[in-house]
Design a protein around this ligand. Sequence first.
Ligand code: HEC
Ligand code: HEC
Ligand code: HEC
Ligand code: HEC
Ligand code: HEC
Ligand code: HEC
Ligand code: HEC
Length: 302
Amino acid sequence: MSPEPDVGVTGTRFFGDLTAGEDDIWSVAGIPLTPLTDDLEYDPYPLARVTLWDVNEAVAQTVAVLPVSWEVSCKTCHYSPGITAEIDVLRDHDTAFGTTLEADRPVFCASCHYSKPMAAYTAGDPEVSTLSQAIHTSHAEYMEALGSETNYCYACHPGFEYPHQRDVHAKPHNIACGACHGQQMTEIGRVTREAWVELPRCITCHSEDVDLDFEPEGVPYKNARGHGGVLCATCHGPQHAYWPATTTQDAIQPIGLQGHSGYIDDCLVCHATEPDAPFEHRDFTAKKNRPPKWAPIPTASR
Ligand code: HEC
Ligand code: HEC
Ligand code: HEC
Ligand code: HEC
Ligand code: HEC
Ligand code: HEC
Ligand code: HEC
């Protein structure tokens, strides 16, 4: 598969239209992204501009940070004189399992190991472990080499230099991967865990601060909705960059919408007039008739 320059494997380009999916979520797959600018400068948190058109009139615009880092540091451990880390990985695989990956390049891991994000391209081999099970379980014992002080998730997930977790949990609260996902590689690769579906939920820790009993189970955060069908991410930002995030790039969207960084707490970003009921952090569509958590504040005392 050799697409033209600036064209992705699905035929998508840098510029184009989003399409509405089942859940009314607009998306596009296969944009050919790299963390390099046109001038070949490294930019691990590049911005994409999204415009809402009403026929020919642009009615709204925002920017979002693209998750494109290539800091996947297999080379931390996979190095042998004279060959690249990629070849080292393939040779290790061939040695361990009698496959011929090095000879069969280019290799698409998901053609054998099921991976949910890749399911649109290939179903994988049902006899073979899923990619998440294979990599996390087999590497559990190898991680000791990095020392207990290291956040070893960054050995494969971007990254030691530019962390993808750059949210309010990382700083100032010092809550890292393990607190939400489980610290053990064997837990993440557990055969009975459904990869890409059984992901952390906010309610596990935030059950006392806010009313989150509507947070859906088995629906990843990025597709979950609250407050009358609004995506959680609309007000809280994307996973691992929950507002207030530590990067200036991630603050552009909230500052553009409400004039300050942090999660969206200005009602007038969406409501045409100041709502006459207090903010209810809940799903109005599902629980319309539930009594309010707080008594409405009388107008005279405001
Ligand atoms: C902390 C060190 C470490 C890191 C990081 C690491 N590996 Fe490994 N990996 C090993 C060791 C050790 C082996 C056993 C073979 C060897 O000694 O070279 C191995 C073996 C493998 C094998 C062969 C099957 C197996 O389980 O023995 C594959 C495939 C593999 N690694 C893929 C990867 C990929 C892909 C990445 C990056 C996403 C990666 N590894 C990152 C240490 C590591
Ligand atoms: C042609 C099919 C095929 C391809 C392609 C393939 N694998 Fe495998 N892989 C296997 C088989 C078979 C096993 C051993 C049985 C199992 O894990 O289900 C295995 C095992 C592994 C293991 C060790 C799992 C364990 O529990 O010890 C890792 C890690 C792994 N593969 C990673 C990769 C990576 C990374 C790629 C892409 C570079 C890849 N594989 C491509 C077939 C394949
Ligand atoms: C040896 C490399 C390696 C290490 C170390 C590693 N991961 Fe992964 N991880 C991967 C790869 C490769 C994938 C992609 C699997 C796929 O496409 O299905 C992945 C996918 C994931 C996913 C999404 C799929 C799922 O299972 O839901 C989560 C969550 C995850 N990793 C968490 C972690 C956490 C937390 C740590 C540290 C405790 C960690 N990983 C350490 C290689 C690694
Ligand atoms: C505050 C909790 C929290 C922390 C801390 C956290 N994650 Fe996650 N992570 C999530 C949630 C929630 C999702 C599900 C996002 C979705 O798909 O909607 C997720 C998804 C993922 C995925 C799947 C790909 C994606 O982005 O959806 C990977 C891989 C992952 N996390 C790795 C990590 C690693 C590595 C760390 C540490 C550097 C980490 N996470 C820290 C909550 C957390
Ligand atoms: C592992 C436990 C844990 C999980 C899971 C978790 N958080 Fe947190 N979060 C905390 C802690 C602890 C704090 C700091 C104390 C506080 O403000 O409650 C915090 C703080 C926050 C803050 C900052 C509050 C402020 O006023 O500064 C936001 C926003 C937040 N979390 C959103 C989320 C979202 C959204 C999710 C789900 C995707 C989530 N958290 C999942 C533990 C967690
Ligand atoms: C319309 C905007 C909006 C939507 C949509 C929204 N939130 Fe919130 N969220 C807020 C605001 C504002 C606060 C702080 C005020 C409060 O405590 O109610 C907050 C607070 C939180 C906190 C507590 C952070 C802390 O420690 O103070 C968590 C966790 C959280 N939301 C998760 C979610 C989840 C999960 C969803 C989706 C199921 C969601 N939110 C949907 C605006 C929203
Ligand atoms: C990101 C957009 C957004 C923000 C910000 C937002 N809302 Fe909403 N709100 C909605 C949507 C969408 C609905 C559902 C409307 C419907 O169901 O007709 C809603 C519904 C409501 C309702 C229920 C209205 C009804 O008819 O039952 C109240 C009350 C409300 N919001 C209050 C607030 C308050 C107070 C704030 C600020 C703290 C706020 N909202 C911030 C989008 C938002």
